[in-house]
Design a protein around this ligand. Structure first.
Ligand SMILES: *[C@@H]1O[C@H](CO)[C@@H](O)[C@H](O)[C@H]1NC(C)=O
Length: 257
């Protein structure tokens, strides 16, 4: 009875908007870590693909879970960001209008080193308790100042797909499971892999949403790094791939780290 209730709670959480991220904005005129541009600078479309479609530097979990800093597996993937209207703290942004949405395509990496405040390393959180960060390429405010967003993976709109094909990394990206923890339908994100999919479980802590992909889990065998390896109700693998160990995050969730 009790465990049924827990599953119900998981399902309710999974069907809500699943993921949150912090955002900032930048403009450096550079090619970026997905090779979009040339030695003389970025491609002009990086500043705005079409109305409402931007490019962004993603934190490491968006760019490449295995730690690559060039041609990461996350290059060319798109996300729908919806503003919560709030900033991450009172002194780190003024926020904006809640409910506005934009799409961003990952064309660069926001590395942890040098950006500890905002851009977390894989599997950890930034200074404000969020697991994910988008540094949006824009010379003026997009939909607010450093707003916290709800986001979900989406298929890139047509023009973004075409633009991505002009990047050096197109067809040459790493192949790890990126973004970490976020269910994908394959090389791009289809609607069937949305956050309401029953294969995705989402857990809420005070300020962070951690999502767990369970599609690869079987009751025997070894869990991959960053995968779930325990927690109340967990029936999947409890052994971790070599190089990682199972660490309890809370009562509901242990992770191979
Ligand atoms: C983005 O998310 C918003 C809010 O959920 C939704 O209204 C909008 O249709 C989404 N856009 C795309 C292209 O998925």
């Amino acid at each position: 009875m009790k465990s049924k209730l827990l599953f119900l709670i998981f399902d309710l959480l999974a069907s809500a908007a699943a993921y949150k991220a912090t955002t900032t904005r930048y403009y450096d005129g550079q090619e970026g870590a997905c090779g979009c541009g040339s030695s003389s600078g970025l491609f002009s479309w990086q500043v705005g693909i079409t109305s409402g479609v931007y490019t962004a530097a993603g934190s490491q979990a968006f760019f490449d879970t295995a730690g690559a800093s060039w041609c990461g597996a996350g290059c060319g993937k798109c996300y729908n960001l919806t503003s919560t209207g709030e900033s991450a703290c009172s002194s780190c942004g003024t926020g904006g209008v809640a409910g506005e949405s934009i799409i961003v395509m990952i064309t660069n990496l926001c590395p942890y080193n040098g950006n500890q405040q905002w851009c977390p390393s894989v599997g950890s959180t930034n200074q404000y308790g969020y697991s994910y960060h988008f540094d949006i390429m824009a010379q003026t405010e997009v939909f607010g100042d450093n707003v916290v967003v709800d986001f979900e993976p989406v298929a890139c709109p047509g023009q973004a797909t075409t633009d991505w094909q002009s990047c050096v990394c197109y067809g040459q990206t790493e192949t790890d499971t990126t973004p970490v923890g976020i269910t994908s339908g394959g090389s791009d994100f289809s609607s069937s892999s949305s956050s309401s999919s029953s294969s995705t479980k989402t857990q809420s802590t005070a300020t962070t949403l951690v999502s767990v992909t369970t599609t690869t889990a079987t009751s025997t065998g070894t869990q991959t790094i960053y995968g779930q390896c325990g927690g109340s109700g967990w029936t999947g693998p409890t052994a971790c791939a070599s190089g990682s160990t199972c660490k309890e995050q809370n009562q509901w969730y242990s992770q191979c780290l």
